[in-house]
Design a binder for this molecule. Structure first.
Ligand SMILES: Cc1cc2nc3c(=O)[nH]c(=O)nc-3n(C[C@H](O)[C@H](O)[C@H](O)COP(=O)(O)OP(=O)(O)OC[C@H]3O[C@@H](n4cnc5c(N)ncnc54)[C@H](O)[C@@H]3O)c2cc1C
Length: 391
């Protein structure tokens, strides 16, 4: 793979909207990605292996629980810093960002928001340092876009719960130490349980042969009469709103993360267009290529403004789920389109592992599908503006 020469575009001087802390956090993550992720990511993706050696460094830059208070081991940062961390990690690879997103928003967040004080003290500090890795089990083989129909369930057996069911497409599952599992009780109400690796009847087979997010491990969660201690139920929120609350946080991170992937594709294509000579001139001197590049930077700039504004609203506690859906949908589509156009600017070289673009493009096929598909986010906006659910 080519050396990482990334230069971040900032066409509208967005840096002026950031605090010194935001810039410090962002630059530290950018540096980490250049130093630790870029040199190894192509090989990890080709081999379909999650590079576990990155866990310690990710923890050190605050990528695990950026906005979780310091008393529980988090970095105590605001939502814009969280977004910028996701942007920079996804600039390196969406699979690595997925691991950080899951750990922060789908594992640490529910424990912090819905868990007991004992659960917070037991798990959060270890999750923040990466000593423990978590996964989030919501999707089931027959219930993807409508998770409310889930069949995974638990029964009250007096001194423990008995958990049965299966989850699929679970990021980090093959090596996670704990799983946040969403299942129904005997009344059909959804609750979150913390299931630990090693509990009898709990297994996590890996999903192989993916063409997307190859540097992220994906698997199933299988529960065959798993005895879960009663103290592992998170008591402070139940119903579908509980997992959806976590997804709001993760989707917000994706809205920023997708910008990172887009910036990397744009920056690579811009450099290539200025260097590649055809018909005695750089291809960047041709109107057709300039149109592609000009549209890319326009779309990146719009996405940056959207993410920044959403971050302000989240800092103020005012961002709605529908606003988050709009940003996730818009920014991921923006990134996938830019990846496709950038790939063309590189001609044949664009399909090789010498450059990051094809890997980003394939990764983004998962990003546009998980945490609510492109269609579902459109339906959320539709419902928000008409008041009529069309699911
Ligand atoms: C790599 C990867 C990692 C993942 N990680 C996790 C994870 O960590 N945890 C987790 O719980 N899940 C995870 N997922 C699952 C992901 O969230 C689901 O794949 C996603 O929600 C879609 O569900 P589905 O695949 O069952 O598709 P379906 O729900 O079967 O959808 C298929 C198609 O039908 C469309 N569709 C569905 N309903 C409607 C409707 N009402 N109107 C119009 N169109 C509709 C969809 O938009 C889609 O195009 C992951 C998925 C992938 C690919």
């Amino acid at each position: 793979m080519k050396p990482d020469q990334f230069q971040a575009p900032d066409y509208y001087n967005l840096d002026e909207l950031l605090t010194d802390e935001h810039k410090m956090v962002r630059d530290a993550t950018r540096e980490f990605v250049k130093r630790e992720v870029s040199p190894i990511i192509e090989e990890a993706a080709q081999k379909a292996e999650f590079p576990k050696q990155l866990i310690k460094g990710l923890a050190e830059i605050g990528a695990f629980g950026p906005y979780i208070p310091e008393e529980y081991g988090g970095a105590g940062l605001d939502q814009i810093s969280y977004g910028l961390i996701m942007q920079e990690i996804e600039r390196g690879d969406s699979g690595i960002r997925s691991t950080a997103s899951v750990q922060s928003s789908l594992v640490m967040y529910p424990i912090f928001k819905y868990g007991t004080e004992e659960q917070k003290k037991k798990y959060l500090p270890k999750l923040a340092t990466g000593e423990m890795i978590g996964c989030f089990g919501l999707t089931e083989p027959d219930y993807g876009s409508n998770p409310g129909g889930m069949v995974s369930n638990f029964k009250d057996k007096g001194d423990h719960y008995l958990l049965n069911g299966a989850k699929m497409w679970i990021s980090n599952a093959p090596f996670a130490d704990i799983a946040i599992v969403w299942a129904k009780n005997e009344e059909g109400r959804i609750h979150g349980l913390i299931v630990e690796r090693g509990m009898e009847g709990f297994s996590t087979p890996e999903t192989h042969n993916k063409w997307s997010l190859r540097a992220s491990a994906t698997g199933e969660l299988i529960f065959d009469n798993v005895k879960v201690p009663k103290e592992n139920l998170m008591p402070n929120k139940s119903g579908l709103g509980a997992p959806l609350g976590c997804l709001d946080s993760a989707r917000y991170g994706i809205a920023w993360g997708a910008i990172g992937a887009a910036m990397d594709c744009y920056d690579t294509a811009l450099r290539y267009a200025k260097e590649r000579i055809q018909f005695d001139k750089p291809i960047g001197s041709k109107q057709l290529q300039q149109k592609k590049l000009a549209e890319m930077i326009t779309e990146i700039t719009k996405a940056q403004l959207m993410a920044w504004r959403l971050g302000v609203l989240r800092n103020e506690g005012k961002a709605t789920s529908a606003q988050i859906s709009m940003a996730k949908r818009n920014n991921v589509e923006m990134a996938i389109k830019i990846a496709r156009e950038a790939r063309q600017i590189l001609g044949g070289m664009g399909i090789t592992g010498e450059y990051s673009i094809m890997r980003h493009m394939m990764n983004l096929e998962s990003v546009i599908t998980y945490e609510g598909t492109h269609d579902i986010h459109l339906l959320i906006t539709g419902m928000d503006i008409t008041g009529i659910p069309a699911f």
